[in-house]
Write a protein that binds this ligand. Structure first.
Ligand code: SF4
Ligand code: SF4
Length: 344
């Protein structure tokens, strides 16, 4: 099936039909902000959201999950979730983050829990309609996903209010069955979509980067001892908020919990964050990153160099969530990278 041109009315009817058939998650209003949640009707879907509070990675790497159950006899059973679902309305920069997690969770020891959820999902990417206050995905090179693979459908709202719905995989084609009767997108429609992409590349730059993204690993490597790490970290509360809202953070803690019967238990995995004081505490109560400045610097090296060395791409997609979440106003990656360049 080729791309279809769909009116708002037909899009709503299609989404309502999908919700009637399967579990669909998407962006909904939450006060004056937005949050990904289960959709009960198309009227709740807000494709005009600027940015969600938490990234949609939570559907693949949840805040807390049970990895396995066990008993005192030494028997255990893995808990793998394979229930199919549709993840609707993911912004391009958040999809890039998911694609990065795909590589990282497949690397070395493939993570059966993450990969099973990913396999079960149909991912619908939606081009950004409204730039958030702190986004810089355009500067980081992640404003659009037209050349990427790994998602199933791409939806773009054109300036006349209609939508281009473009299948990107067999799963996406299947999801579009209810749009068969909509007209095919013609050359004018594709040109109008190109114009939306060009505008988003420019407008999703509330902060500019004064260097090419691929220059950032080298810039960091040359600045391990820059005074900015101590200076900013002196204001840091070690609250971990910048970790918890980040679409590319994936560190976790694993714990075994015994039930009240003292016979059975479960192994859980919970999000962790490298900015938290005890993130690096190991056996013997030894903390190998006890200083705030070391933790602060580590976070930027993680985003700008370490993960880049593993997957060849900047691990900050420019969503701007950490900038909004940081009450100390010290978590802007673009500001830090620019300063390293200016003062090198
Ligand atoms: S470091 Fe900040 S701006 Fe970059 S992806 Fe994470 S939350 Fe978004
Ligand atoms: S959100 Fe700000 S104050 Fe909190 S850990 Fe991150 S940098 Fe520090």
């Amino acid at each position: 099936m080729i791309a279809k041109l769909v009116s708002q009315t037909d899009l709503d009817a299609w989404v309502d039909a999908l919700i009637g058939e399967q579990t669909v998650y998407g962006p909904k209003a939450k006060g004056d902000r937005f949050s990904f949640d289960r959709l009960n009707a198309s009227k709740d879907l807000r494709l005009d959201y600027d940015v969600s509070i938490l990234p949609p990675k939570k559907y693949f790497h949840p805040q807390q999950e049970t990895l396995m159950t066990f008993n005192k006899k030494g028997e255990f059973e893995s808990v793998i979730e394979r229930d199919p679902f549709v993840l609707f309305g993911v912004h391009p920069y958040d999809f890039v983050a998911i694609a990065q997690l795909d590589k990282l969770f497949e690397m070395d020891y493939p993570d059966a829990h993450y990969l099973a959820r990913r396999e079960a999902a149909t991912v619908v990417v939606s081009d950004v309609q409204k730039a958030s206050a702190e986004v810089f995905a355009g500067a980081a090179g992640f404003a659009t996903v037209e050349h990427r693979k790994g998602y199933d459908l791409l939806i773009t709202r054109l300036d006349d209010g209609s939508y281009v719905v473009d299948p990107r995989s067999p799963k996406g084609e299947k999801l579009m069955t209810g749009l068969k009767k909509a007209p095919d997108v013609d050359a004018d429609g594709f040109r109008a979509r190109e114009a939306v992409w060009a505008r988003n590349r420019e407008q999703l730059q509330k902060h500019k980067l004064k260097m090419k993204p691929d220059e950032i690993p080298g810039l960091l490597a040359a600045n391990r001892d820059h005074p900015v790490w101590e200076e900013k970290a002196a204001l840091c509360y070690s609250c971990g908020s910048c970790n918890l809202v980040c679409p590319t953070c994936y560190c976790f803690n694993v714990e075994d919990e015994l039930n009240w019967d003292m016979e059975t238990g479960r192994r859980t995995r919970t999000w962790d964050g490298c900015m938290l004081t005890h993130f690096a505490t190991v056996a013997g109560d030894h903390n190998f990153r006890p200083k705030r400045a070391a933790r602060y610097r580590h976070r930027y090296f993680r985003k700008g160099q370490y993960v880049h060395d593993m997957i060849g791409e900047l691990s900050c997609v420019g969503c701007g969530r950490c900038i909004t979440a940081c009450t100390a106003n010290i978590a802007n990656p673009a500001e830090i990278f620019n300063r390293l360049l200016e003062e090198k």
